[in-house]
Design a protein around this ligand. Structure first.
Ligand code: B1M
Length: 211
């Protein structure tokens, strides 16, 4: 659909208002919300990432694109989270210490909400101790950590260790994800679940509560 390409282009230019309008137009024209997300918004953000890496765009451009991404996902949210049998449980989610990227984390939180899970969003730059104290205070079953930087993904190991130190490791499921994270890394640090994307993170979270 041509509109999805237009969404991607508008996002790359950081035109939040246009992104909003185009997302709505695509939905009105019958596009699936998941396709609008993947082929419109995420495809645009991926291009921004490539240009950022090649020094063709800079931090302010990326921030403006991120704002446009948020504007688009706000419209998709009610559609992405609708339907299905709801799981019950609480998840403390956050981006690890030193890391300010929150778009992927927010998508994961949104999809988990769609599975019926209660989300305690710790935000970004979350210290290991904060994940643990929030999990204890809220009696959460899952801690979900997101990292986008190779320099911060090591903080996930610190979260696992902090859970052990606090004596809650056997009661809590620790999920990890984000672009530089993979299954091998998750196993190495002793996390319970790695998933590559937001939809599978939500499914696995709900499944872990039923297990
Ligand atoms: Co940054 N950044 N950034 N950035 N940024 C990346 C990550 C980078 C790959 C760009 C590049 O060089 N190509 C690179 C990291 C290199 C590396 O470590 N290997 C990078 C860098 C270097 C930096 C800075 C250091 C730049 C600088 O200042 N010189 C700096 C670091 C700041 C910090 O965090 N301390 C920085 C800053 C920023 C902005 C603030 C400008 C902005 C973030 C705005 C925001 O988040 N509010 C930003 C952005 C937007 C990006 C890119 C362009 C896009 C990230 C994104 O939102 N993608 C990114 C390049 C790229 O990824 N192509 C880049 C869309 C999002 C939906 O995907 O978060 O991967 P993602 O989430 C996916 C999956 O990973 C997964 O689900 C989502 C999809 O369904 N997932 C999980 C995520 N978390 C999960 C958790 C789970 C399961 C799945 O379970 C718990």
């Amino acid at each position: 659909m041509e509109l999805l390409g237009k969404i991607s282009e508008a996002l790359q230019k950081g035109k939040a208002k246009d992104v909003k309008e185009l997302v709505q137009q695509a939905l009105d024209a019958g596009a699936e919300p998941q396709d609008v997300l993947n082929e419109g918004l995420l495809s645009g953000m991926n291009e921004v990432g490539i240009k950022f890496k090649n020094n063709e765009v800079y931090v302010p451009d990326v921030l403006i694109a991120a704002r446009a991404m948020k504007a688009g996902t706000e419209i998709l949210k009610p559609l992405l989270v609708a339907g299905g049998i709801k799981a019950k449980g609480k998840v403390v989610i956050g981006t690890v210490k030193g890391d300010l990227h929150d778009i992927g984390k927010n998508l994961v939180a949104m999809m988990m909400e769609g599975q019926g899970l209660e989300i305690i969003d710790a935000g970004t730059d979350v210290a290991p101790e904060k994940f643990i104290s929030l999990a204890i205070e809220n009696d959460a079953q899952i801690i979900a950590c997101s990292a986008l930087l190779t320099t911060t993904m090591g903080e996930m190991k610190a979260v696992v260790e902090a859970a052990q130190a606090a004596g809650i490791r056997d009661k809590i499921v620790i999920m990890v994800g984000g672009a530089p994270v993979n299954e091998t890394f998750a196993k190495t640090i002793g996390a319970d679940i790695y998933t590559p994307d937001a939809a599978s993170a939500a499914e696995e979270a709900a499944a872990s509560l039923k297990a």
